[in-house]
Ligand binder design. Structure first.
Ligand code: TEU
Length: 543
């Protein structure tokens, strides 16, 4: 495999409006992020994925862009952004931007022009269909309701997979595609190291055939984008692809470099959802399902592709609350998920706050919910007859607000995030869970993340080793091995609150290199695993 810088990198995702507020308006901003770069350097990450900071009316917190070339005033100015690039680069940190090109804001000048008349040159930059007295078809938006909205101006329907303030761009239009590539080159020329590509698997859609994900022209467009923009630039490009299968992930991340560096697949995050429904229809988490999905991706993408490794992002609940126990075993389970992920093959992504074990916050009423996706879902499923209890359980388990609460820096008011009322309430536990209290404490989640990041950087075994599935007699035990030349490591985790007895033969391993309890003892007969226990052992040559 041709080595790439991003093979051994760890990426840190920053959701800027919740990271650090520098100007007392309750919203995080670029200067706030600059003030925390020393922290990120301390943590040891290599790349920041910066969620959208472009000009936006913020109907979907920046994922509705009204000017791709401007920094939104909430986040700062272009000078701030340039300073961020410079300051980050000086610390050896690269920046990748969020590229949102499935749709724009309805306030983007292209859409304003497009909707103004039938013969406007920008008309076909978006997807329009005639008004024949009914909706063009029954396609639904991902954020609930019909994907079609009637526009009074020209009496036609436009298409949108998210809110009706986020009209979908028409990727069939060549000039539109060229404009997007030009914009991407503008940012690459400025010095960004690549892009995280928002819902990129939707751009090849064919709305008349009712195909939205993985459409017929998807890979053609991505190849064209690659040629026109990042080819030859040595970038990191990661597609957000909710519909990725192992087969198409191989196309996206093929080492021939004709498409992307890697994609985010979401199959592992769907294991607590009832199949063929949506994220709100829940079923219990079962470790054996997680193991099956992860083993499959790790093994299949082992040689002809590359994995992105993640548990959290700004759209998903905090993993320690979701599949761990954020009360009795808070520290153990937060560490378990960190250990389980950071020895897999691929590029790990850490979502802000994950490295200190930030947890979800339940709210009582829809009035306390900011997230547009949760709000739309609430009213949609209410109309479909769901009880208040079921609705709020869905919002609290899978809604997006928990991930978006302000970063917990210290025990001062508002967790040190802002001096004024924050845009979204800080989790009341910030006095206990915060960066300051964990920094330098050997036993903290933060210091564990920090040492795992360091370990990966000097270990070819972790970066390039083969992944081997390990079968266990216990449903709750997830173990795997990595091998490289004569070196080998094994990760063993008990994803449950019960103590289990495991009989795996560990005689060939000599050292415990990571663990979330103080000691680990094993014998020929086997060993005990305590609640959420996780341990990593290596053979001699690695020690
Ligand atoms: O997310 C895609 C998205 O909405 C996912 O949550 C997913 O398609 C759906 O929930 C499956 O249940 C991206 C961004 O990450 C998100 O923040 C934006 O709101 C969205 O696109 C629109 O740009």
């Amino acid at each position: 495999m041709n080595k790439k810088w991003w093979h051994s990198s760890v990426v840190y995702q920053v959701y800027p409006r919740s990271f650090m507020d520098s100007n007392d308006d309750g919203l995080g901003d670029i200067q706030g992020l600059i003030s925390k770069l020393d922290y990120l350097e301390y943590l040891g990450i290599d790349v920041i994925w910066l969620c959208p900071v472009y000009e936006s009316p913020d109907r979907d917190n920046g994922y509705d862009i009204s000017d791709y070339y401007k920094i939104g005033q909430q986040a700062g100015t272009m000078e701030d952004f340039e300073e961020l690039l410079k300051e980050a680069n000086q610390r050896g940190i690269k920046i990748i931007l969020d590229l949102v090109v499935n749709h724009t804001s309805d306030l983007h000048p292209w859409f304003i022009e497009s909707r103004s008349s039938l013969d406007n040159p920008k008309r076909d930059y978006y997807i329009w269909r005639d008004n024949k007295g009914e909706l063009p078809n029954d396609l639904e938006a991902i954020f609930s309701g019909s994907a079609w909205t009637l526009d009074e101006e020209t009496d036609m329907y436009y298409f949108h997979l998210f809110t009706n303030n986020q009209p979908d761009l028409n990727w069939e239009h060549e000039d539109m595609r060229k404009d997007i590539y030009e914009m991407m080159n503008f940012w690459l020329d400025k010095g960004v190291a690549g892009f995280r590509m928002d819902v990129i698997d939707l751009i090849g859609k064919d709305v008349d055939q009712k195909i939205t994900e993985n459409g017929p022209k998807l890979h053609e467009y991505i190849k064209e984008m690659n040629e026109a923009t990042f080819k030859g630039r040595d970038t990191l490009t990661v597609g957000e692809t909710w519909g990725a299968t192992v087969e198409n992930a191989k196309l996206y991340s093929n080492p021939d470099n004709s498409e992307l560096s890697m994609v985010f697949q979401f199959e592992h995050l769907g294991i607590d959802e009832i199949p063929n429904t949506d994220r709100w229809n829940l079923r219990p988490f079962e470790p054996r399902r997680l193991k099956r999905v992860m083993d499959h991706w790790q093994i299949e993408l082992g040689n002809d592709g590359w994995n992105s490794l993640f548990w959290n992002n700004h759209d998903t609940p905090r993993i320690v609350s979701r599949w761990g126990n954020d009360k009795k075993y808070w520290k153990e389970s937060a560490k378990l998920f960190g250990i389980l992920l950071h020895f897999m093959k691929g590029t790990p992504y850490i979502y802000q706050g994950e490295e200190i074990g930030m947890i979800n916050l339940d709210v009582e009423s829809i009035k306390d919910v900011e997230d547009i996706q949760s709000r739309n879902m609430y009213y949609d499923y209410q109309a479909k007859g769901w009880s208040e209890e079921r609705l709020m359980a869905a919002v609290n388990t899978k809604g997006r607000d928990s991930a978006r609460r302000p970063m917990q820096w210290d025990a001062s008011k508002n967790a040190g995030f802002t001096n004024v009322t924050p845009w979204l309430e800080v989790h009341p536990n910030y006095k206990v869970i915060n960066v300051e209290s964990q920094k330098g404490d050997k036993d903290s989640i933060l210091e564990l993340y920090r040492s795992m990041i360091q370990y990966r950087k000097q270990s070819e075994l972790v970066v390039y080793g083969d992944y081997l599935a390990v079968s266990s007699s216990q449903d709750k035990v997830y173990a795997y091995k990595r091998t490289f030349d004569n070196e080998e490591l094994i990760v063993i985790t008990n994803i449950s609150e019960e103590e289990v007895f495991e009989t795996l033969d560990l005689s060939k391993y000599s050292n415990v290199i990571f663990q979330n309890y103080d000691d680990f003892k094993y014998s020929k007969e086997g060993f005990k695993l305590r609640p959420y226990e996780a341990v990593v052992l290596v053979t001699n040559s690695e020690s």
